[in-house]
Design a protein around this ligand. Sequence first.
Ligand SMILES: NC(=O)c1ccc[n+]([C@@H]2O[C@H](COP(=O)([O-])OP(=O)(O)OC[C@H]3O[C@@H](n4cnc5c(N)ncnc54)[C@H](OP(=O)(O)O)[C@@H]3O)[C@@H](O)[C@H]2O)c1
Length: 285
Amino acid sequence: MKILIFGRKGQVGSALMALLADQHEVRGLDQEDLDLAESDEVETTIVAYAPDWVINASAYTAVDKAQSEAALADAINHLAPAAMAKACADLNCGLLHYSTDYVFDGTADRPYLETHEPNPQSVYGSTKLAGEQAVMQEYPRAIILRTAWVYAQQGANFMNTMLRLAGEREELGVVADQFGSPTLAYDLAQVSVSIIENTALESLGDVAGIYHATGSGMTSWHGFAREIFSLAGKTVKLNAISTEDYPTPAPRPHYSVLSNEKLQRVFGVALPAWQESLAGTIENL
Ligand SMILES: NC(=O)c1ccc[n+]([C@@H]2O[C@H](COP(=O)([O-])OP(=O)(O)OC[C@H]3O[C@@H](n4cnc5c(N)ncnc54)[C@H](OP(=O)(O)O)[C@@H]3O)[C@@H](O)[C@H]2O)c1
C-alpha cells in the first residue's frame, strides 16, 4: 500500500515509520517538509501523492503552551486535519487520525466510552476535539484513535523527564490524584498498523468512527513514576502530591481512563498492560 504519514519524527509517527517502511511504500512528512500551520498546501500534497492511507500522527502537543498559543494549536490540531479529511474524501482513501483523553473533563469515575460527551478543559483538548469533529464531518469514513499519556524511548515525555530528574534530585513530588493509562507509542503504532493492514478500503464505512486506544490498566502519575524508578533501579525519594500542589497553565482531567472495549470488539486488538510495556522500554534503554 501507499501510505502518507504526517508527523514522521514524533513519538507515534517514528514508530509508524519503522513498522511500515519494509512492507509498504511510505512517505513521511514533518514540519520541515510541510508546515501544517500553513494548511493551504495540505490538500494538494495529499492529492498529488494519492495514497491508499493517510495517517496523521502530527499535532501541537505542548499542552501548557497551547493556553497562550491557541491560534497555532487550532491550525495544527483542527484546521490541518480538516484539510487532510477533505483530501481523503476526494481520493476515497483511508484516514487514520489520533486524538486525546483530554477531550474529557475528567469528572467520571469509570472508564470513558466513545459515546461519553466530551467537555475539554484546556485549549489543547478543545483544539483536538474540534479536529475530531472536523475530520468526521469532512470524511465520515475516517478512523480516529483517542490515546493518552504517550511515551517512547526517545522524545519529550514523562518517562524521560522522570529519569532525568532522578539523576538531578534526591527527592521528587509527583501528582497522585490524576489517573490515566500510560501508552507506549510503539504499542499504539502496532495497533494502528494492524487496523490499516486488516481493513479493506471498501469496508471503511463499516468500521469508521472514534475508538479509544491506550495501554491496558491505569495508574496515577505518581504510580507511573514509582514504576519507572523501580524498573530503572533509581533510589530517588518519591512524594505523592495533589493537583493543587502542582498548578499548571492548562487544567488536566483528574480521571481520564478510556475503555478500550470497542477497539477490541471491532478490530480484535488490544494494547499490552502498561507495566509490561514500560518494563520492556526501560530494559532497552
Ligand atoms: N503525547 C501524549 O501524551 C499524547 C496524549 C494523548 C494524545 N496524543 C495524540 O497522539 C498523537 C501523536 O502524539 P505524539 O506524542 O507522537 O506527538 P509528538 O511526539 O509531539 O509529535 C508531534 C509531531 O507533529 C509534528 N508537528 C508539530 N507541529 C507541526 C507543524 N506546524 N507542521 C508539521 N508538523 C508538525 C512534530 O514535528 P516536529 O518534531 O518537527 O515539531 C512531530 O513530528 C497526536 O495526535 C497527539 O495529540 C498524544
